[in-house]
Design a protein around this ligand. Structure first.
Ligand code: SF4
Length: 377
């Protein structure tokens, strides 16, 4: 049930990706990169689960030093997520097989330089070190120029941004790259990736539903997107992003393989028309930026305590850090983003203050009750 893909084949060290190569399954270390023992353990867990590629976030020179040490201790294919820290690319590149940059984060630093100059810098480094690049677009961090141009048309904005970045990279004579376009809503993931694949069928795609949350809902949301895309021949590598305890991260790989096997064999799950109705809890899969491991327990408690509201069409978002947390909770009815010792509560874009990990739960429930009462009036 997975038709031949039209994408070209790229190489990530000895891994062929795209075209007729098998669909590669990847995941990301959730531990702090500078915590060498924990990150190495995380890499081993993902390797033994059969990960083809392992992503690590690097935010500082301390993380780069840790990465250099990790490189000595593992042969796993490593990809680094640069996020805002794209200027670390030259330090990171000697130790990895792939770099991921987010076009929505290029404006934060070196404001005097154009986006084209920044992309040329990244491509130059990838060429120099013979590594691959991922243009990783996230609907939660759309580049400001596309936000201004497309307003509420998020899909239009992210697809245009992806196509433009591909053109910039092409013009620099670099082809060893792929694209990802992610969101927490599988419907948007399906639409954006389908439209991108129509525009650029030659570019390999990395699929994912970001912040899908905890199993089983997180797996279902991911399945909905992957069934629709893989069955149209769209998608060359994928990640299932789940909020899980660090020691259980291998499940992301197991679920990824299971989904591909099911789709290949035609084992589709039907989606009832009311699937998207009711309380929607989204939570990030956590990564090295997570500020406090209590985040994972908090996400589970939120799910448990809000069960009484499952009939209400409301979204609660729970994010693990201050980097992406503030932006990625904007669209939720209630948002929680976690700091080292406290949790920030938001109602839409409005901040409602910050609370200890214990005090946040009754405060969240009080706000949830207000929203439910407002719905009834
Ligand atoms: S919200 Fe923060 S901790 Fe969670 S996955 Fe994103 S960057 Fe990592």
């Amino acid at each position: 049930m997975i038709p031949p893909r039209k994408s070209r084949t790229i190489r990530i060290r000895d891994l062929a990706l795209g075209g007729s190569a098998p669909i590669a399954i990847q995941s990301m270390a959730a531990t702090r990169t500078r915590d060498l023992d924990a990150t190495l353990r995380q890499i081993r867990i993902l390797e033994s689960a059969g990960a083809d590629l392992i992503r690590i976030a690097v935010d500082s020179k301390e993380d780069v030093a840790a990465l250099a040490e990790l490189r000595k201790q593992t042969r796993a294919l490593l990809s680094v997520d640069l996020q805002e820290s794209y200027r670390l690319a030259e330090l990171v590149a000697p130790h990895v097989d792939k770099l991921r940059y987010n076009p929505g984060h290029l404006h934060h630093h070196e404001k005097h330089k154009s986006v084209q100059e920044k992309v040329a810098y990244l491509v130059g480094i990838a060429k120099l070190h013979g590594i691959a690049l991922r243009i990783g677009i996230n609907a939660g961090s759309i580049a400001p120029e596309y936000q201004a141009r497309f307003g509420e048309d998020h899909v239009g904005a992210i697809v245009a941004c992806a196509v433009d970045h591909c053109r910039m990279v092409d013009e620099l004579g670099f082809t060893n790259y792929l694209v990802s376009i992610k969101d927490s809503d599988p419907r948007l993931v399906i639409e954006a990736n389908t439209r991108f694949a129509e525009a650029r069928p030659d570019v390999p795609l990395h699929l994912g539903v970001t912040e899908a949350g905890m199993p089983p809902e997180g797996i279902l949301k991911t399945r909905i997107a992957f069934e629709q895309l893989l069955s149209r021949g769209i998608g060359d590598t994928l990640r299932v992003s789940l909020t899980l305890p660090f020691d259980e991260k291998g499940k992301e790989i197991e679920v990824g393989r299971e989904l591909v096997a099911d789709i290949e064999a035609g084992r589709f799950r039907s989606v009832p028309p009311n699937f998207f109705h009711g309380l929607n809890i989204i939570s990030c899969p956590s990564c090295s930026r997570v500020e406090n491991e209590k985040f994972i327990e908090l996400a589970a408690r939120v799910k448990q305590l809000t069960g009484y509201a499952k009939q209400h069409d409301l979204t609660i978002a729970i994010m693990g850090c201050r980097v992406n947390g503030p932006g990625e909770t904007d669209d939720a009815d209630l948002g929680l983003w976690c700091g080292p010792t406290s949790v920030n509560l938001k109602k839409g874009e409005e901040s409602l203050g910050n609370y200890s990990y214990e005090a946040i739960l009754p405060r969240l429930l009080a706000e949830l009750d207000k929203l439910i009462a407002a719905e009834a009036n």
